[in-house]
Design a protein around this ligand. Structure first.
Ligand code: ADP
Ligand code: MG
Length: 465
């Protein structure tokens, strides 16, 4: 029987780090290893300290750089780490059946959170969701996302089939009033032909840090609502001060006797101060629209911007302050004038966009008591601005048909937040924004400097001024 030779097992004294004959560890040996590590530890430590110090300096001196180099990456980490829990708790996960079918199980599938990119004051991201899900689920979960990621707000908008786009905002940039624009009189005095660039006027800052503009090219007509003292006149004035410097005709309708638009008078091509004047003025503008339509047809063009420079008529911006004054009347005689005015207003809205006739309609409230005409008019007004309003109906009338989820956001604007509004935004759908506080004397200055540029519109001759 062969002898089993036991395999040599090392004795304890043969193991590295153990000193033969002694009962403890060789401290010298470990210290030596430690000593070798010390420079690395110091190096890593100093790098970490340098990184933290650089971060602190950047955060103070260059917050935008700090955000893209530091803050954003922490946000991204929070987003990735919380995504699974967030989806499960907010009901954003889906189930799908795993193979093989004979022994099927349902597996939880998460929507894909991707394309997380830093941007000023926040980030953007995309969510691709699964079959059976709708964008509304994500829009409703926006608040849960903001809490989970510890940011000020998350805006979710549908962005094509099967996906939603997120705009993540770190803090509320609208607590401070945006700087006033420097109105350049660059174009003043120039007899250049109008261009489409003339149609946009900056009026403040949007929540995502972009400038907030009333752009008549993106939305030819605008509806602006807000309670008294919410900031309607201020933002209209800021826009007017810019349009005034360009080859644009401004026309005012202010049936409160011209109180609101009075200061604009020197730069207005016409101002109507009661319902009868308004009805007459709007009728003349419809006539102008028809003339322009014929002009475009004669030249086989679809809008005035395609006409040759020398034939292109100036754009006309019709500003109506206090829409209710046109719609709500008591006496029978007034009723007729109001009917005529509102019919022509609707006609202008329908025809005007391609013909360079634009409407900017402002009012404290819009309601169903204005009659059915107002809903038809509203459908033509793609640009919406809802400042702080007193009643839910006005918020619903201003935003509800286009963006039902914006109504609640509009109602959250307090009367103390002057100039803060929910506004239409071409790519995001809707967004919060704040107008600059454009003071009346700045308007007066701009009007005085540009009064001589007021275009003469023959169709308004023998009219109301
Ligand atoms: N963006 C803003 N930031 C700060 N204050 C503002 C802003 N817009 C308006 N205001 C202030 O609010 C007040 C009312 O504004 P106004 O435009 O006259 O309101 P409305 O025309 O809606 O009655 C004004 O005193 C104005 O200075
Ligand atoms: Mg006002």
């Amino acid at each position: 029987m062969p002898l089993l030779k036991p395999s040599p097992t090392p004795t304890i004294s043969e193991l590295p780090g153990i000193v033969p004959g002694s009962s403890g560890l060789d401290l010298n040996y470990l210290t030596e290893a430690g000593q070798r590590l010390v420079p690395y530890a110091i190096g890593a430590g100093s790098l970490l300290v340098a990184w933290a110090v650089a971060g602190a300096i950047l955060a103070r001196k260059a917050p935008h750089t700090w955000w893209s180099l530091y803050g954003f990456w922490f946000l991204r980490l929070r987003m990735t780490r919380s995504w699974q829990r967030l989806c499960l708790n907010a009901g954003l996960s889906t189930a799908h059946r795993s193979a093989p079918a004979a022994n099927f199980r349902y597996v939880i599938a998460l929507p894909r959170l991707t394309r997380v990119r830093p941007r000023r004051n926040g980030a953007t991201a995309m969510i691709y969701f699964g079959a059976g899900q709708k964008p509304t689920a994500f829009i409703e979960a926006a608040d849960a996302m903001a809490h989970a990621w510890r940011v000020h707000a998350v805006r979710v908008v549908a962005s094509g089939r099967g996906r939603v786009k997120l705009t993540i905002l770190n803090d509320d940039p609208l607590t401070s009033i945006p700087d006033n624009i420097n109105i350049s009189l660059r174009r003043a005095g120039a007899s250049e032909a109008p261009t489409v660039d003339d149609l946009a006027a900056t009026i403040g800052t949007r929540e995502d840090g972009e400038r907030w503009a009333i752009n008549l090219l993106s939305f030819p007509h605008w509806l602006i609502t807000g309670a008294t003292q919410s900031g309607k006149s201020t933002l209209i004035n800021a826009a007017v001060a810019q349009w005034a410097t360009r080859p644009i005709a401004l026309v005012g309708i202010d049936c409160k006797g011209g109180m609101e638009l009075g200061p604009h008078t020197p730069r207005l091509s016409a101002l109507a101060t009661d319902r009868h004047q308004a009805a007459d003025l709007l009728q003349r503008l419809v006539r102008e629209a028809v003339d322009r339509m014929n002009l475009c047809r004669d030249h086989r063009q679809r809008n005035i911007w395609q006409l040759p420079h020398d034939l292109r008529p100036v754009p006309i911006i019709v500003i109506v302050d206090e829409l209710a004054e046109l719609y709500l009347v008591a006496s029978r005689d007034e009723k007729e004038a109001a009917q005529k005015a509102t019919t022509n207003l609707l006609r202008l809205a329908q025809l005007g966009a391609a013909l360079g006739i634009h409407l900017v309609l402002a009012g404290q409230r819009v309601g169903s008591d204005f009659g059915t005409g107002v809903t038809a008019l509203r459908a033509q007004l793609g640009g919406r601005i809802c400042l702080a309003v007193n009643d839910k109906e006005t918020a619903v009338m201003t935003l509800g048909d286009l963006y039902p989820d914006a109504v609640e956001a509009a109602q959250l604007i307090s009367s103390a937040e002057k100039g803060v509004a929910i506004t239409t935004a071409a790519s995001q759908g809707w967004i919060r924004a704040r107008s600059m506080n454009f003071p009346p004397d700045a308007l007066d200055g701009a009007i005085e400097a540009t009064a001589h540029l007021t275009p003469h519109l023959p169709v308004l001759d023998s009219a109301l001024l």
